[in-house]
Design a protein around this ligand. Structure first.
Ligand code: AGP
Length: 615
């Protein structure tokens, strides 16, 4: 997916657009560009990172106080200067930036070519620019804001697909037009200036008053005011929200990378997930956002958890948690599978869509499919007012603060934290005693300090990462609550260090995985002091017998691991079901330090983007 920004006001647009793009670079970084309107449209765009665009603009400055800009994650067309946004219409007087996928772009392109249009790029976005332009030129009357809005409206009625767009026209210099369907778009309300952005983090340095546009909204804005209507011509109600976080929250501060900052934020982000949700007088969790009565909660017979990537790994921990704490049958399905699987589910099945960004296309589609079948579908999200949060029947916000690094870290532990609260809540309305509830809450409240203890080992973990930086492949292994952590550790390692990494249940070694073990393939065992510790030790010995190096994550005091593993990273003791909140931290640091050692771009790994809003 991509990042877009629009600005209209009294300041020079180029610096504001560049600064905003830097905040959105996690959304895509194949190419970047901007267009400024100052009598005529001036275009600057190039492949590569935003720094390349900044250099281009330093060499060829562009002035004006209205502009649009874009950072790209390629969908249609390769990574080239021509395919970078913004794109113009046939007249060269209309410019657009776009996040999303126009599914019927080829049909539309063929129709436009038949009318004599020619295209400079391979993108679907350029087709949309030409379509809006042809609508604009066909409309009667003088150049006006309304004419531009009608042109956008007319074009979008022909479009199948997703879009978050910002449009401007040379003949209408005082207006920006934005529209969205399926891709996020936020209107930022400033003082004498207004903004459009894919993500409010791009403009929080200028304003914290925002309108989260909804699907089919069209907004026309100038430096003073704005007007929101819909693609079908109706009016659209809107709500002005105040952004929860500040500009500091979206800056790296003293950290070299967002990922490291967000790893170190976890004591606070986990505390925020619990804050106000643990009731000592009732020794249970309070999750008002579920919008469900105790009776409705008690009637739940089955739970399905769905998400993508790290969110799905958190869901896998949730499966063990909910069955352990609440004895409710729980199933996990990747959202991209769930949406097509047509899973038999009775009406008392509760579905959770888990998503940090709240915009992941497959997870949104899974939510919509679940609701289409009549199931109450709740969300566990981080981004307030995101599409998944808004379309769900209720849910729980993670309150983790913005997560900018492409590799999810604090969002995983916050999602697992919320799922633990859900397990406590459901357990206490079924079979958990008051004293058990109190004990669980005490253990939860102790977690942030235990995470701080682990974080103090960052330099030690860095030394281990550097020792194994020769690895061409790595195995991550765990049992029970630690199996999903093994999956998550493997994902972290592969996505930022590009080392091939696999996660498996430890016992799967003898069913094929052990064939890959060799002195060049280190294995990471998540082996806390739990009910299957001895089984894990046996698996470690199987690996050592085949000269496979072993890094073990173990519980403080578990000296047995030092006899079998090459390196051991210790975590404080905690109940089995809370161990994922601790054992994942060393894996996050291991992958981070190894990726840095290998010179990888930790915050913006190749081919990836922070939120995958395309399918
Ligand atoms: C994890 O490190 C990746 N960034 C990716 O797998 C991510 O978890 C996935 O795309 C889901 O994102 P979401 O939580 O925003 O829906």
């Amino acid at each position: 997916m991509c990042g877009i920004i629009g600005y209209i006001g009294k300041s020079e647009a180029a610096p504001i657009l560049l600064e905003g793009l830097r905040r959105l670079e996690y959304r895509g970084y194949d190419s970047a560009g901007l267009a400024i309107l100052n009598g005529e449209l001036s275009l600057r765009k190039c492949k590569g990172r935003i720094a390349n665009l900044a250099d281009l603009i330093a060499r060829e400055p562009v002035c004006g106080s209205i502009g649009i800009s874009h950072t790209r994650w390629a969908t249609h067309g390769g990574v080239t200067d021509e395919n970078a946004h913004p794109h113009f219409d046939q007249s060269g007087k209309l410019a657009i930036v776009h996040n999303g996928v126009i599914e019927n772009y080829q049909t539309l392109k063929d129709q436009l070519i038949a009318k004599g249009h020619f295209f400079k790029s391979q993108t679907d976005t350029e087709v949309l620019a030409h379509l809006i332009g042809i609508h604009y030129d066909a409309l009667p009357g003088e150049a006006s804001r309304q004419r531009l809005v009608e042109a956008v409206r007319g074009a979008l009625k022909e479009v199948i697909g997703t879009y978050g767009i910002a449009v401007m026209h040379q003949a209408v210099p005082g207006t920006l037009v934005g529209a969205r369907r399926g891709s996020p778009l936020v209107l930022g309300i400033g003082k004498g200036e207004n903004f459009l952005a894919s993500d409010v983090s791009a403009i929080v340095g200028h304003t914290r008053e925002a309108v989260y546009l909804r699907d089919y909204d069209i907004v026309a804005l100038d430096g003073v005011d704005f007007e929101i209507s819909t693609v079908n011509g109706g009016t659209s109600g809107f709500e002005v929200s105040t952004v929860e976080f500040s500009e500091d929250d979206v800056s790296k501060g003293d950290y070299p990378h967002y990922m490291l900052k967000e790893i170190f934020e976890q004591p606070d982000s986990m505390a925020n997930a619990f804050r106000g949700r643990l009731s000592t007088e009732e020794s249970t969790a309070k999750l008002g956002g579920l919008n469900m009565t105790p009776k409705e909660l008690r009637d739940i017979e089955r739970i399905v958890l769905t998400g993508c990537g790290t969110a799905c790994h958190a869901a896998m921990v949730g499966e063990y948690l909910l069955e352990h704490l609440a004895h409710i049958p729980t199933e996990v399905e990747f959202a991209s599978e769930f949406r097509y699987r047509n899973m038999p589910m009775n009406k008392d099945t509760l579905v959770f869509a888990i998503s940090q960004s709240g915009e992941t296309a497959d997870t949104l589609a899974a939510l919509r499919e679940s609701q289409r079948k009549g199931h109450r579908t709740l969300a566990i999200c981080n981004n307030v007012a995101s599409t998944i949060a808004r379309e769900s029947d209720g849910g729980v916000y993670m309150h983790a603060g913005p997560e900018i690094g492409v590799a999810a870290t604090k969002s995983f532990t916050s999602q697992v934290g919320v799922l633990t609260l859900l397990g406590l809540l459901l357990g206490r309305i079924h079979h958990l005693s008051t004293s058990e509830g109190i004990q669980i809450m005490e253990e939860l409240n102790a977690i942030p300090d235990k995470v701080r203890t682990i974080l103090k080992q960052s330099d030690y973990i860095k030394s281990i990462a550097e020792k194994y930086s020769y690895a061409k492949a790595m195995m991550f292994l765990g049992r029970q609550f630690s199996y999903p952590v093994a999956m998550e550790g493997a994902l972290k390692m592969k996505e930022i260090s590009y080392i091939h990494a696999e996660g498996h249940p430890s016992a799967e070694l003898k069913h094929g995985v052990i064939a890959l073990i060799s002195p060049e393939v280190p294995s990471v065992f998540i082996a806390p002091d739990d009910s299957v510790f001895d089984k894990n030790v046996s698996n470690i010995e199987e690996v050592k017998a085949r000269k496979g190096p072993v890094i073990a994550i173990g519980t403080e005091g578990s000296t047995k691991l030092e006899k079998v593993a090459d390196d051991v990273i210790y975590i404080p003791p905690c109940p089995d079901f809370l161990s994922p909140l601790l054992s994942v931290i060393p894996l996050q640091l291991l992958s981070y330090h190894l990726a840095v050692k290998l010179g990888c771009d930790v915050d913006k790994p190749r081919n990836l983007a922070k939120s995958v809003t395309v399918e």
